[in-house]
Design a protein around this ligand. Sequence first.
Ligand SMILES: Nc1nc2c(ncn2[C@@H]2O[C@H](COP(=O)(O)OP(=O)(O)OP(=O)(O)O)[C@@H](O)[C@H]2O)c(=O)[nH]1
Ligand SMILES: [Mg+2]
Length: 253
Amino acid sequence: MSRKKAAKGKAASSSPSAGSPTGKGTGKSARSSPAIVQMNGVVHPSRPSISNSSEFYDMAFKVMLVGDSGVGKTCLLVRFKDGAFLAGSFISTVGIDFRLLCLLCDELPEYSLQIWDTAGQERFRSVTHAYYRDAHALLLLYDVTNKTSFDNIQAWLTEIHEYAQQDVVLMLLGNKADSTHERVVKREDGERLAKEFGVPFMETSARSGLNVELAFTAVAKELKHRSTKDPSEKFKLQEYVNKEMKGAGCCRT
Ligand SMILES: Nc1nc2c(ncn2[C@@H]2O[C@H](COP(=O)(O)OP(=O)(O)OP(=O)(O)O)[C@@H](O)[C@H]2O)c(=O)[nH]1
Ligand SMILES: [Mg+2]
């Protein structure tokens, strides 16, 4: 069953807290076509309308992928969505792109994720800022083969604190963990940084699939937990991740 509806008003445009998904529907969600927020070749600074694609989904947590250009945000999303690595030449994302994924649908149809893939390039930064406030969760990526992308994490965190909701669910991901020979950022460095800023952390690989599903599932579980506030269900994001994650060099998730 799909929750696709004709575009009229609601969509994911309210500003709920990180613990409550957008909308009030309950049906099983479906995937959408990507929507690139662009008008006449200029990226539109306002929030995109899911209605741009003539349809919207009335129930979803909004998860944004952020981080420097080239860290692998789009590939991570494609790996999660399609189970495959987006091979070929690097095509930088323009503006914002979104996909709706049916995660935990059988269990809880209302806890689907609407995933926003942002452009890492500096020139699109003002577009990204406009979306932060509606995000329930942020996956912040750096590239373990690119020291600059790691050094920029602090600036990303400053930006997140400035623009995102205070209670946004945040997770740091060191992507491209498959690139053993090119690695310049040690896993321990990622762990140290994450600890310093009090955010859950793990390494991922869009190429091998390492921990990709786990990253999204962990966030979905945290959001679900916050939203239901069921005291019998104690959920600790980092503990869950530590228990479930696989190390680099290991198999697919
Ligand atoms: N080895 C390896 N390469 C990866 C991985 N993920 C992405 N890449 C490569 O990194 C490059 C950039 O990937 P994208 O996913 O397009 O990067 P992005 O973060 O979306 O970049 P922007 O859209 O510009 O913000 C591509 O050439 C990918 O093939 C990974 O896990 N391992
Ligand atoms: Mg991209």
